[in-house]
Write a protein that binds this ligand. Sequence first.
Ligand SMILES: [Zn+2]
Length: 247
Amino acid sequence: MSRKPAAPVQSGNHTKKLAELTCEKIEMRIIEMDWPVGKVIGSEAELLAEYGVSRAAFREAIRLLEHHNVAYMRRGPGGGLVVAEPDPDAMAHAAAVYLRYRKVNPPDLFEARTALELAAVRSAAENIDEAGIVKLRGALAHESEFLGGESDATIHDFHVVVAELSGNPALHLFVNVLTQLSAARFLGTTAMYDKQAARSVSSAKEVEEVHHAHEVIAEAIVAGDTSLAQHRMLKHLNALAAAAAGE
Ligand SMILES: [Zn+2]
């Protein structure tokens, strides 16, 4: 029979491990519940008793869940741990920060974009419906506000809309990451291609070219012409890659 120490002293490391484990258990539970956004899983006291960890480890687990947009603690009456709706933009931002830290260069970025976006545009053309057409038109209408002037990074949100229309959440997420990154939205001043990438969407002539490229891609998607949509997307991405390379 083992003897329990009179005053167990939890090291910071031990608490951290328990917190990560508890966070994982709660994540698994939310997945098994089919991710019921807004539902209260339990009060802090109930969950503390259920998971049998120290208050410090539990609080750290909650901090991790909140950081990952999985769940958050709501105080007051009717409060408790509430299932959250994960935020794809937060995820995309975190991934963009990481890729910037790894000093991803424009050719690598465009290689990945091309593979993902050709898959996305094909699925979009295969699956296009009335609601999808409305979304595409909305994205093009947003861009046309920039015509004749300078644009901001949102001019390439069209790519994210196309990826969304693929109906593939993985393509949607990663195209969002790479579009945000190559649109220079998250590039710091230290990134050597920051100014080049920003310039590539700034002049009135380029805005017009980008808008036209998006229009003809949308046309091919709406027509359900997969190979034409892919051909036009590839041509557009190659033009962007050339601009990012400063040609
Ligand atoms: Zn574009």
